[in-house]
Design a protein around this ligand. Structure first.
Ligand code: PAF
Length: 288
C-alpha cells in the first residue's frame, strides 16, 4: 500500500474513505470510474485519461479480484505494484484511487451473466466462474462508487458486453464507455500478463494479432463466408507453442456466434495460452 499519495491524487484506502470522498461531490457532477486490478499499463492509463478528461471527477480502483481467477496460482502470481500505479495515475490526472480491502468487496449480490452464449461460451467456457466473479465485483464497485460513467477497454470484448448488459439491467443511470485496445508497436495488445512472457514466448504471442491481421486481409479481399473466415483465423493462430482456446466470430451487438440469421457486424475473438500465459485479443471486422 503506498505510504503517501503523489501530489494531486487522493488515496481512498477502504470503503469508509470512499464514502467520505463521494459525500463531498456535489449532486449533478459527472463522475468517471475505471476499475482495474493494478499493474497498470498504457491501456489502463488511456481509460484513466479519458475518464479524467471527459468527467468532472475521476476515480480508479485497484483490486485484484480473487473471484475471477479459477486458478489460485494465477491469482497469487498476478503482478502487484500499487506504488508505481499511483504515480502513473497522478500523471493521468485522475482525482482519486480507491484501494478497497478484501472485506470492503464482499458483495451482497452475486451477479450472473444474463442467459445466452456470452454466459456460456468463450471466456465463460474456458474460465469457469470467471464471468460471474468479474460481474460480482464490478457490480459491487458500481454500487459503491455511484459513478455516472464507467470506462472499459475493448480488448476484453466479452467482459465489455456482459458489463453493458448488467449496467442496462441494474444501473440505469450509468453510461458504460468503451475505449480502443492499446497495442505495442508490433501489434501485441497490452496486458498486465505480457510481463510474464519470456522473450521467446513474447515472439510467439504475436500469433494473436497476426492471426487477426490475416483475417482482416481475407475480409478486405471480399471473403464473407463465416466458416471460411473462422478457418483462416484458426489456421493462422495455430502454431507450435500456442495452445488455442478459441478462435471465433461473434455477432458484436448480441455476442451470439456469427451466423446467417444475424446481421453483424462480426467481431473475431481469440484466446490462447503461450508458455502458460493466457492472452486474448479481438477485432471488429469492417470496423475503423
Ligand atoms: O479487466 C479487469 O482488469 C477486471 O476484469 C476488472 C474489470 C478490473 C474487474 O476486476
Amino acid at each position: 500500500m503506498p505510504a503517501k499519495a503523489p501530489p494531486g491524487l487522493t488515496l481512498l484506502e477502504g470503503r469508509e474513505a470512499l464514502r467520505e470522498w463521494s459525500a463531498e461531490i456535489p449532486d449533478g457532477t459527472s463522475l468517471g470510474f475505471v476499475p482495474t486490478m493494478g499493474s497498470l499499463h498504457e491501456g489502463h492509463l488511456s481509460l484513466a485519461r479519458q475518464a479524467a478528461s471527459t468527467c468532472s471527477k475521476a476515480v480508479v480502483s485497484i483490486f485484484v479480484n480473487p473471484l475471477q481467477f479459477g486458478d489460485p496460482e494465477d491469482f497469487s502470481r498476478y503482478p502487484r505494484d500499487p506504488l508505481a500505479d499511483c504515480a502513473l495515475l497522478a500523471d493521468a490526472a485522475v482525482d482519486a484511487v480507491y484501494l478497497p480491502a478484501a472485506a470492503d468487496m464482499e458483495a451482497s449480490i452475486r451477479r450472473r451473466p444474463a442467459e445466452g452464449p456470452a454466459a456460456e461460451r468463450w471466456e465463460a467456457e474456458f474460465r469457469p466462474g470467471h464471468c460471474e466473479g468479474m460481474l460480482t465485483v464490478v457490480g459491487e464497485f458500481f454500487r459503491q462508487v455511484g459513478a455516472t460513467h464507467a470506462f472499459f477497454g475493448e480488448k476484453d470484448a466479452q467482459q465489455l458486453f456482459l458489463v453493458r448488459e448488467m449496467a442496462a439491467a441494474s444501473f440505469p443511470g450509468l453510461e458504460v464507455v468503451s475505449c480502443p485496445t492499446v497495442r505495442e508497436p508490433d501489434g501485441l495488445a497490452l496486458s498486465s500478463r505480457n510481463a510474464r512472457l519470456t522473450a521467446d514466448d513474447r515472439k510467439l504471442a504475436l500469433a494473436l494479432p497476426e492471426s487477426l491481421a490475416v483475417l482482416a486481409g481475407g475480409w478486405e479481399g471480399g471473403e464473407r463466408g463465416i466458416a471460411v473466415l473462422e478457418e483462416i483465423l484458426a489456421a493462422s493462430l495455430k502454431r507450435e507453442g500456442v495452445q488455442v482456446d478459441y478462435a471465433s466470430l461473434v455477432d458484436d451487438p448480441t455476442f451470439h456466434p456469427a451466423g446467417p440469421s444475424l446481421s453483424g457486424p462480426w467481431r473475431a475473438c481469440v484466446a490462447a495460452r503461450v508458455g502458460g500465459v493466457r492472452l486474448i485479443d479481438n477485432l471488429l471486422l469492417g470496423g475503423p
